[in-house]
Design a protein around this ligand. Structure first.
Ligand SMILES: C[S@@+](CC[C@H](N)C(=O)[O-])C[C@H]1O[C@@H](n2cnc3c(N)ncnc32)[C@H](O)[C@@H]1O
Length: 267
């Protein structure tokens, strides 16, 4: 039974599944670098490519403080910290994901720069104007109240701060078939249109800068397996449910029903 968002994602043994696979692939698990986790810890369309889009879109200076909303097991947070020389704080609803994020971050020696805690995107556990910038990657599909979501993002981000949302957005009319990677059932799936995101963000006082639809990358991500098989993959994160979820998402991408879209705002 996965009758909540956190129960959909949460599962036992995430870090040991990933490290066993890395060991089998010949890695010394006492000397792991953050990039080797990329196939399993970047849980969004495009994997590393998607994290690159977000890093390129965030307008930050080195040393600044960035919030990652719905940080999963921390792949994007570690990548942003490495690429942009910022400190990143992640919040996530799923306790098992937060535990794994902390463990992997310690394993790769990044605990001073990157931290995680349990927290909800609709009640962000930080004071107003705490962060220089905020990122949210493939999380809004689980959140019904986009207005509350954006008002919370606006509240904790400093005035003028950069806000990047890279989400699965509805671009067609067909029904979605479940399980999807973000929900086993329609009850916790709130995939919505660009207009709905933009209206909610504008009502929260954000200024829309750009909208980029990465449909072409998504078709390639779902239909062309990588030339070299990565040592770990999303199956190590989500378990045996992943292939069916991936196939349903691929069909929805191929039919143009959903697309990964990056929205860039200023607070
Ligand atoms: C598809 S995963 C993406 C994880 C991560 N952003 C990444 O790209 O690797 C969605 C994440 O959003 C989290 N999440 C869903 N709803 C949330 C909410 N209301 N508040 C905080 N986290 C949430 C889930 O627990 C999960 O870790």
């Amino acid at each position: 039974m996965t009758d909540s968002v956190a129960q959909h994602y949460g599962n036992d043994g995430i870090v040991s599944r990933i490290t066993s696979a890395l060991e089998e692939a010949g890695f010394d698990t006492n000397k792991l670098e953050s990039d080797v986790f990329a196939g399993a810890d970047e849980f969004h369309i495009g994997g590393r490519k998607g994290s690159e889009f977000v890093a390129n879109a965030l307008n930050v200076q080195s040393g600044q403080r960035v919030l990652d909303i719905g940080s999963g097991i921390g792949g994007p947070a570690r990548y942003l910290a490495n690429m942009l020389s910022v400190s990143v704080e992640g919040i996530d609803l799923t306790p098992e994901f937060v535990e794994a994020a902390v463990e992997i971050t310690e394993m790769v020696g990044m605990a001073e720069q990157v931290s995680f805690q349990i927290g909800s995107a609709t009640s962000i556990p930080f004071d107003e104007n705490t962060f220089d910038a905020s990122a949210m990657i493939h999380v809004g599909m689980n959140i019904s109240d986009k207005g509350l979501l954006f008002s919370e993002i606006a509240r904790v981000t400093k005035p003028g701060g950069s806000i990047v949302v890279y989400d699965v957005i509805r671009t067609g009319e067909d029904d979605l078939v479940f399980p999807m990677p973000w929900s086993s059932m329609p009850k916790y799936s709130f995939v919505d249109t660009v207009d709905s995101y933009v209206n909610a963000a504008k009502n929260a006082g954000l200024e829309l800068l750009t909208v980029d639809d990465h449909a072409e990358m998504a078709v390639s991500f779902f239909n062309n397996p990588p030339a070299e098989t990565p040592p770990v993959n999303l199956g190590h994160l989500m378990g045996t449910r992943m292939p069916e979820m991936f196939a349903n998402a691929r069909n929805a991408i191929n039919s143009g029903t959903i697309s990964p879209i990056l929205l860039r705002f200023a607070n």
